[in-house]
Design a protein around this ligand. Structure first.
Ligand SMILES: Cc1cc2nc3c(=O)[nH]c(=O)nc-3n(C[C@H](O)[C@H](O)[C@H](O)COP(=O)(O)O)c2cc1C
Ligand code: SF4
Length: 639
């Protein structure tokens, strides 16, 4: 798929015309009359598009970032004047999202994807080449303000890696030659719109379509069924199908929709979770590229069933290139009477309803895939997870009942409404009905999208994608399961190996500690910082893994890794912290040699006894209960 790249007026040359002076990047305080006027214009355009509700703050900040390569003070002033938001709220949001900045990035802001699969394909070397060619240091805009270069978390292009984002747009299939060309285009100030089209080509790579993907066409038969048979009948069909959410947690979709339908509040909301931030996953990108009508049909069906009028598609910032395509699909559906006011009236349905969808962009925060953080982000705030209950189905977006489903879940719901629950159940296992769409990447001949019935073994997927001499498979992303060869007969299913779809293959020659290192750094970076076990534990894990990798660790450090990992699993507030140590704990068990072979001391025990050192504090405070002892506390936390 070739996607539209902004023309000169909205890309690098636009930024170059912004009046920034070489060697004097405009800092946060730069706000003269001209800046203010331009910031007001950008904000006015964004207000016209999204409206004046403070919930849309993030979208306005993204608009400013895109226009100025940072969020200038003048922009924040314009926002606080136009919306009911404070400077502090704006600053907090900018500080939270990785793609927002208060000081300028380069006119060409380049972010190289840094998943382990990118590393396996040499992204570090390519980064070095790019930096050398451009004479720029990692993370620091060049002194003339022309370019900045940095790593970012997985950009969702694992099937055509290594990849990068330039001013938010994906460039795939990087090699030395492409990197040299990019450096030359930057040096000669060629606007992105004039870069070679093939740089921005994103292929779908659907190698194995199944029940859901075999048929590319969307006939809106699910919606027809809704009008012919009514919402209860559609819900019953969904119940019969046994469909469980495809975003990871596997909650029964019919139950979620029913809970929402049965709440009394008339202002319900439907949200499609297209944040797809799990390293190694990209199938939602493909579904939104090639099957967008079906996904939107699924959302519309959901709205018809639960009684919602408002919908959002929360699209990760890395997929910004899809916005134009998705807007066109939405617009076409409005013109066909399949979206907007009076859906169904055109086909004479007595039970027509109003429902429309807005696309909201994320700005580089993995935690925003978690549904409560996503809702916070939709409300324009930092993506910090909420306490649950209440769950979104009763109090979600603006406290209204909200269904949040994954892209694939909506697509499956549309197919089920068309073909029936038994059709879907005809594949899969008892507890995991239907098929699962996988994103396969890494050491295999045919990386791409594979739709397999639940119950398919890891070995079968490896055979299908042409993977040989495999050392390990990382199922369900960095937060998932690390499998050694003795686990390849396990099957993909909620009852055995649950997966949100990421399937990364690591061949025999790979150093698995590099994978652990990559994931540990990812989680330390992506923690939202709300709770201590994850915020601190993630950093400690990262640093200890680094200590092992650099040959400085002792056997005691491995015990520490286990200990911290278990505390994180047990005591973190949300799924990110619960799953972040999985890869460390599993590789310690399944691949102990990757740690042991690097230890500096295998017989080391710490000389310092922390519990004994606390004796004086216990004496002074008069406390000697179990909780006042480190070991007792640990026993309690670890169970
Ligand atoms: C850290 C974290 C990241 C998540 N990222 C995603 C995501 O990118 N896409 C998604 O659909 N669900 C994601 N989830 C799961 C959502 O919280 C939620 O369960 C899901 O969107 C519900 O939809 P489903 O029932 O269709 O699976 C994530 C969960 C956690 C804890
Ligand atoms: S577990 Fe991590 S991501 Fe989740 S709330 Fe705590 S700090 Fe935030």
């Amino acid at each position: 798929m070739h996607h539209a790249i902004p023309d000169a007026s909205t890309s690098a040359s636009r930024a170059e015309g912004s009046g920034r002076v070489s060697g004097r990047p405009a800092g946060p305080g730069c706000g003269d009359d001209q800046d203010m006027a331009r910031a007001r214009q950008v904000v006015a355009r964004s207000l016209a598009r999204y409206g004046r509700r403070p919930e849309h703050l993030l979208q306005h900040l993204i608009a400013l970032q895109q226009q100025f390569s940072h969020v200038p003070t003048a922009g924040i002033d314009a926002l606080t004047a136009a919306l009911d938001v404070t400077h502090a709220q704006c600053e907090a949001a900018v500080a939270f999202y990785a793609f927002l900045h208060r000081s300028p990035r380069g006119h060409y802001d380049i972010l190289l994807s840094d998943n382990i699969t990118d590393r396996m394909l040499g992204n570090q070397r390519l980064m070095q080449l790019l930096c050398d060619r451009l004479g720029v240091d990692l993370g620091v805009p060049r002194v003339d303000g022309r370019v900045s270069v940095e790593f970012t978390s997985c950009t969702g292009m694992g099937d055509q890696a290594p990849a990068l984002l330039v001013n938010g747009f994906a460039v795939t299939r990087l090699d030395d030659d492409r990197i040299r060309q990019i450096a030359a285009l930057v040096e000669t100030r060629v606007p992105l719109a004039h870069w070679p089209k093939e740089f921005f080509a994103v292929s779908n790579n659907v190698h194995q379509p199944g029940l859901l993907l075999r048929d590319l066409e969307c006939r809106d038969a699910g919606l027809v069924a809704l009008f012919a048979r009514g919402p209860e009948a559609v819900l019953n069909e969904l119940e019969r199908s046994g469909l469980r959410g495809r975003g990871g947690a596997g909650f029964t979709t019919a139950l979620k929709w029913r809970f929402c339908r049965e709440t009394g509040d008339p202002q319900k909301v439907v949200v499609c979770n297209a944040d797809e931030g799990e390293p190694g996953t990209f199938k939602d990108r493909v579904l939104l590229s090639a099957y967008a009508d079906l996904v939107i049909e699924g959302m519309t069906l959901c709205a018809g069933v639960v009684g919602a009028r408002e919908g959002f598609l929360y699209l990760r910032g890395e997929y910004r290139y899809l916005v134009e395509h998705l807007e066109a699909v939405l617009q076409r559906r409005r013109e066909l009477g399949l979206l907007g006011a009076g859906i169904g009236a055109g086909i004479g349905a007595g039970n027509s309803f109003d429902f429309d969808i807005q696309i909201h962009l994320g700005a580089g925060a993995y935690i925003c895939g978690e549904e409560s953080a996503l809702i916070e982000s939709l409300e324009g705030k930092r993506g910090v997870t909420r306490k649950r209950p209440p769950y979104p189905v009763t109090a979600g977006y603006r406290e209204r009942p909200t269904v949040v489903n994954n892209v694939e879940t909506f697509l499956a719901a549309a197919r089920i409404a068309e073909h029936g629950g038994y059709w879907f159940r005809s594949e899969g296992t008892d507890q995991s009905a239907g098929t699962k769409i996988l994103s396969v990447s890494g050491d295999c001949a045919r990386p791409g999208v594979y739709e397999v019935p639940f119950g398919t073994s890891v070995r079968e997927v490896l055979a299908a994608c042409g993977a040989e001499a495999v050392q390990a498979v990382q199922v369900s992303g960095a937060a998932g399961t690390t499998l050694a060869a003795d686990g390849f007969d396990r099957v993909l299913a909620f009852e055995d190996l649950p997966t949100a779809g990421s399937f990364m293959v690591l061949g025999e020659g790979r150093d698995l500690l590099e994978m652990v290192r990559n994931f540990a750094a990812f989680f330390a970076h992506e923690s939202c910082g709300f709770c201590t076990p994850c915020r601190v534990g993630g950093v400690l894990l990262r640093d200890l893994v680094e200590k092992v990798a650099t040959g400085q660790a002792s056997a005691h450090d491995l015990e520490e890794l286990r200990h911290i990992g278990k505390v994180m699993r047990r005591a973190s507030h949300c799924g990110l912290g619960h799953t972040a140590p999985n890869h460390v704990l599993q590789t310690l068990d399944r691949f102990p040699q990757i740690y042991r072979q690097r230890l500096k001391h295998t017989d080391y025990t710490p000389a310092f006894d922390l519990d004994a050192a606390l004796a004086e504090a216990r004496r002074l405070t008069g406390r000697d209960d179990r909780a006042a002892h480190l070991s007792a506390d640990e026993t309690e936390v670890l169970g």
